[in-house]
Design a protein around this ligand. Structure first.
Ligand code: BJW
Ligand code: ZN
Length: 251
């Protein structure tokens, strides 16, 4: 399943970086966006993941996020998340860059996580910027209002046409350019600027590995493309890496 080349690269790697997408949380029961089972089959992105749509119909957008907040609060990390938390312990430098807003990497124990598209557990007032946790809001079907200024409260997620959080983006960009091995896992690799990170890593000399249930536009660019479920492939990879470390220590 894992090539000699990949194991060799990982054995000598100092810095490993992982970019994750919705497919990494699919086995936890969080729906992906695209594909037959994806959210965008039923919901229109430009009517929901878009600031103008929020202003036009805040209750509709809130209803969608309230549904997803509840769904995400009720799921657990899956073997892919736990395997990545284990991998962090095996390398000198290790970072998870995620497009996911579900906080499942941190819940699984990953310490260095860069969130490119925000976090569904946080919210803020669009008028005065006051922060709200989910448990401070009534997740009813109408959009909540700020207690200080009556402004609309929105989830702290990045919608289309919005800039990514600058600090998280800079850390992710720097880590990608410094990576010896770069994994792209469970992402359709089409949403920019996140999709540019494997390309930046490759330009800087990283070995690019994709793990996905199907091929994506990145598959031809990656050095290796492993087709399958992240929750099955990653635990196997961790087992192989642990064995590799034990063998090296016994030499
Ligand atoms: C498994 C699996 C298993 C399943 N195991 N694998 C034209 C060209 C280029 C760029 C643009 C363009 N037009 C507009 C743009 C820019 C736009 C963009 O890239 N659009 C593309 C769609 C073309 N980007 C933006 O707008 C970004 N901002 C920006 O560029 O700012 C600069 C700017 C400013 C002003 C004007 C213009 C530009 C912001 C992007 C924000 C994305 N937001 C969302 C919603 C977040 C909030 C929420 O969740 O509600 O982020 S959209 C959605 O897509 C979400 C995801 O993070 C993101 C990526 O999706 P992901 O994770 O890849 O999921 P899927 O479903 O697509 O794929 C899942 C994959 O998993 C599949 O491949 C499966 O096979 C696989 N899989 N099970 C392994 N068990
Ligand atoms: Zn306010």
């Amino acid at each position: 399943m894992f090539s000699g080349k990949l194991l060799e690269k990982l054995s000598s790697a100092t810095a490993v970086v992982v970019l994750t997408g919705a497919g990494t949380s699919a086995e936890s029961g969080v729906p992906t966006f695209r594909g037959n089972e994806g959210l965008w089959k039923k919901f229109k992105p430009d009517e929901l993941a878009d600031f103008d749509a929020f202003i036009k119909n805040p209750d509709l957008v809130w209803e969608w996020y309230a549904y997803r907040k509840k769904l995400i609060a009720d799921v657990r990390p899956n073997p892919a998340h736990y395997a990545l938390a284990e991998m962090e312990k095996l390398f000198q430098e290790f970072a998870v860059i995620t497009q996911n807003i579900d906080n499942l990497h941190r819940r699984a124990g990953s310490a260095r996580v860069y969130e490119l598209h925000g976090n569904i557990e946080r919210n803020y007032c669009i008028k005065c910027g006051r922060w709200y946790r989910n448990d401070e809001l009534t997740l009813a079907t109408s959009a909540p209002r700020c207690v200080d200024c009556q402004g609309l409260i929105r989830p702290d997620v990045v919608w289309f046409g919005e800039l990514l959080p600058a600090e998280q983006w800079e850390l992710a960009d720097r880590a990608s350019r410094n990576a010896d091995v770069f994994f792209s896992i469970g992402t359709s690799a089409i949403v920019y600027p996140a999709a540019s990170l494997p390309l930046r890593a490759k330009e800087s000399g990283a070995y690019i590995v994709e793990i996905n249930a199907e091929t994506t536009p990145l598959s031809d660019i990656a050095h290796e493309s492993l087709i399958g479920k992240a929750g099955e492939i990653l635990p196997r990879l961790v087992d192989v890496l642990r064995k590799q470390r034990t063998d090296e220590n016994q030499k």
